[in-house]
Design a protein around this ligand. Sequence first.
Ligand SMILES: *Cc1c(COP(=O)(O)O)cnc(C)c1O
Length: 381
Amino acid sequence: MNKMYFPSWIELDTKALKRNFQFFRNRIGSRTAIYPVVKANAYGHGMSEIVHAISPLSDGFCVHSAEEASRIPGNKPILILGHFPDEMGFLARLMLDQHPVFTITSTAQAAELDRAAKAAGIPASIHIKVETGTHRLGLQPDEALEMVSRLEAFENIKLRGFSTHFANIEDTTNHQFAMKQLFIFNSFRSALPQGGNYRFHCACSAAALLFPETHMDMVRLGISLYGYYSSGETRLSSMQQGLQPEDKLRPVLSWKTRPIQIKDVAAGDFVGYGLTYRAHRPMTIAVLPVGYSDGYDRRLSNSGYVLIKGQRAPICGRICMNMMMVDVTHINEVRHDEVVTLIGHDRDEQITAETLASKTGTIHYEVLAGINPAIPRTPVD
Ligand SMILES: *Cc1c(COP(=O)(O)O)cnc(C)c1O
């Protein structure tokens, strides 16, 4: 595949990426490791591009799965937050190639990793995930304590740390539940036998931004590395804490395309499948080579807009699998080589992943992670 010929493309603002990272580095200090979270193709930004761009600054990377870990370029430390398969050969090779840290929640997983580590001839590093109230991955604190002593039976396992994850830190300005989870995690920490040299971590972007007491030994920085607050509530809470306007995060990703046909539509004509749009005046429309198979949500049919020459061009009719039509009647002389912005800035206008998410009833995380990985990602300075 020659990426140059792809119908749309993504630009990554690497200056913004580094600036976002540096903003967190300044807030967090140099003694806490910052691990960018690059799961789900780096939140749709392109895993290898993001890893390359931020490696000089980052202490390591977090991924969801062992499969993702196997594709991370370079040799920074890797923490697998979620899945790894029950496949000794694959795990042994991964240990040799990438030396990842595995997050475990069962003795069976420890046994599996122990066997793979023995085969690889190197120890496997693990963190135990502690349940504090999210009820996603994690062992209850008493189970986790028991696990610590049980792990002594596995010669090839090195227990390096403990983690937990907040359930309700970005969806609210009331952080009571998060503070309760933090308390449970800290109590667990105090109950551990003395003398272990462990790493503790619990902070996602919102926690890292709002609560220094969550920073501990490392921060798992996801959405905000890419230039977004975790939510409107997180933005509000950070304002209440006096974050200055110049501290604002800057979105890293822009998504662009060019029209493949410009045409006139007479009053009374329909546009697109299902005849859901009808021109009530003579119009000019541009056909764009982007559709829902690219990750452009079909629920933006008749409601979204794109930017052309700094102006909004509303979507007419349904988003198709590979195309969409937009109204350019009010925009002067739109030509075939015009750059069309689906996400990003154009003069005074900006479309963010949040803009699209608010129109489709989802969150910006899903909009970004849903962008088809086949679309070329190009870092720009
Ligand atoms: C995805 C994820 C993060 C990052 O969350 P953001 O809100 O994007 O910063 C942190 N920790 C875990 C366990 C995750 O799954």
